[in-house]
Design a protein around this ligand. Structure first.
Ligand code: SF4
Length: 430
């Protein structure tokens, strides 16, 4: 869970972003609407509800912003506001609360007499409009929304109640957005959504995610690097497998919405995959595209998780050498079925999360060590550092500065402080 708090010129609008890449994308849309509405000094907090910690941090930020900006217009939006608008409207200093659908509408920000709470039933929303974003504040890669909401109901998850049911962005709009960003200089695009593998189910002809991506890459030849955000391990379509195998512009890096590695826990989470499915998927992808790296979201201490069940998760992560691990200690979300199950004590959740993070760190360390001597292409993010094609952390060997957003071909010389040292093939001018 990230929190973005951009530096501010006096009188400028400010958008604080919590949570996922989809929220980061939407914050850019809101920033555009604020500018178009001629707003100044408006503060927007785009919240996340995925864990109680995310909500606590958002409320803390709202109170701090209200203290530091007396009299400013403070608007709270995002999943936490969508799910419990009254709670956020009651915080001192909050001017109004806006829902997840309403935050994307220009009229919401140009309204001169808006209601204190402007939140409609997100489950009623059937379509997701596309919004053209031209810039991602201070970012080297751009996020493009292709899908919104989720039709699944995993027992621990609050997201569908904040984002509604699944709906896809039309392919034409995705192509237009990616073309605009590539023309604006973005060399890497990350396709994002809530449940991207369900892309297309609501569109005419039900195009799959893989079909959409193949058309996108064909229609935007100038796009250098395409990356996928999180995918469901058992919902990858055959077109996407073919792309993984034969499309060099699709980055060899898959982030799995794994959640656990024990079948009983997965059943109680109402996930669609079992342990063996994950082994089969990783083995198949590594055969199709050797060198592919994997990331995964994993929950530690899900209700009823025994020591033996936990060990199954730890063993899966170790056996598969999952490199980019995001670990969350289970966080009970009010209104979800898992919150009513027998809970694992908090200290055990934390200890298990720490153990999984150690496994992730060890996997990452041995993987990066194995990359020394190879070549890669690094997208520079800041201060000569960035990510390779399989998302390896790389920093350029000392030399002239290279602009953020540049893609630099390198040879990997060694590892320092957990990052690979890359020697550029050619010294790029700043
Ligand atoms: S797939 Fe499950 S975890 Fe993911 S957003 Fe949907 S309900 Fe939540």
């Amino acid at each position: 869970m990230t929190h973005e708090s951009p530096q501010q010129a006096p009188g400028a609008n400010r958008v604080e972003t919590f949570g996922c890449r989809l929220n980061a994308y939407e914050s850019e849309v809101i920033r555009g609407h604020l500018d178009a509405a001629g707003k100044s000094g408006t503060i927007v907090v785009n919240t996340c509800a995925v864990t109680s910690e995310a909500e606590r941090q958002a409320r803390q930020s709202i109170r701090r912003l209200a203290r530091e900006n007396p009299g400013a217009e403070i608007v709270v939006t995002g999943c936490a506001a969508q799910i419990d608008p009254a709670r956020y409207a009651a915080i001192d200093g909050v001017t109004r609360v806006v829902g997840n659908e309403e935050k994307m509408q220009a009229g919401t920000w140009s309204d001169t007499a808006p209601p204190a709470i402007h939140v409609t039933d997100i489950m009623e929303v059937r379509e997701t409009a596309a919004h053209l974003v031209s810039e991602f504040d201070g970012r080297a890669r751009a996020f493009v929304q292709v899908q919104q909401g989720c039709d699944h109901r995993c027992t621990f998850c609050i997201i569908p109640y904040g984002r509604g049911n699944s709906r896809s962005v039309p392919i034409g709009a995705i192509v237009e957005q990616v073309r605009a960003l590539a023309a604006g200089g973005y060399r890497e695009i990350v396709l994002t959504g809530v449940d991207v593998t369900s892309f297309g189910g609501d569109l005419p002809g039900r195009p799959s995610l893989g079909q959409m991506m193949r058309r996108l890459l064909a229609l935007v030849p100038e796009l250098e690097r395409l990356r996928l955000s999180s995918v469901d391990p058992v919902e990858i379509d055959e077109d996407l497998f073919r792309l993984i195998a034969d499309e060099p512009r699709l980055m060899p890096h898959l982030h799995l919405s794994l959640q656990a590695g024990d079948d009983m826990v997965l059943k109680r989470m109402k996930r669609r995959h079992l342990r063996d499915d994950v082994f089969r998927l990783v083995e198949r992808v590594r055969a199709l595209r050797p060198g592919t790296a994997f990331g995964a979201d994993v929950i530690a201490g899900f209700p009823t998780e025994s020591d033996a069940m936990f060990e199954n998760t730890a063993a899966l992560l170790t056996d598969l050498g999952i490199q980019h691990l995001h670990v969350f200690p289970y966080s009970p979300r009010p209104g979800t079925p898992a919150a009513r199950m027998p809970q694992v004590p908090g200290d055990i959740r934390k200890a298990r999360a720490a153990r999984l993070r150690d496994i992730g760190a060890a996997n990452l360390e041995s993987w990066t060590a194995g990359l020394v001597g190879r070549d890669d292409r690094v997208l520079i993010e800041v201060d000569g550092a960035g990510r390779g094609e399989s998302f390896a952390p790389i920093v350029l060997e000392a030399g002239p500065a290279v602009a953020a957003g540049t893609v630099v071909p390198v040879t990997l010389l060694g590892v320092e402080g957990g990052r690979l040292i890359g020697r550029p093939w050619i010294r790029a001018a700043a």
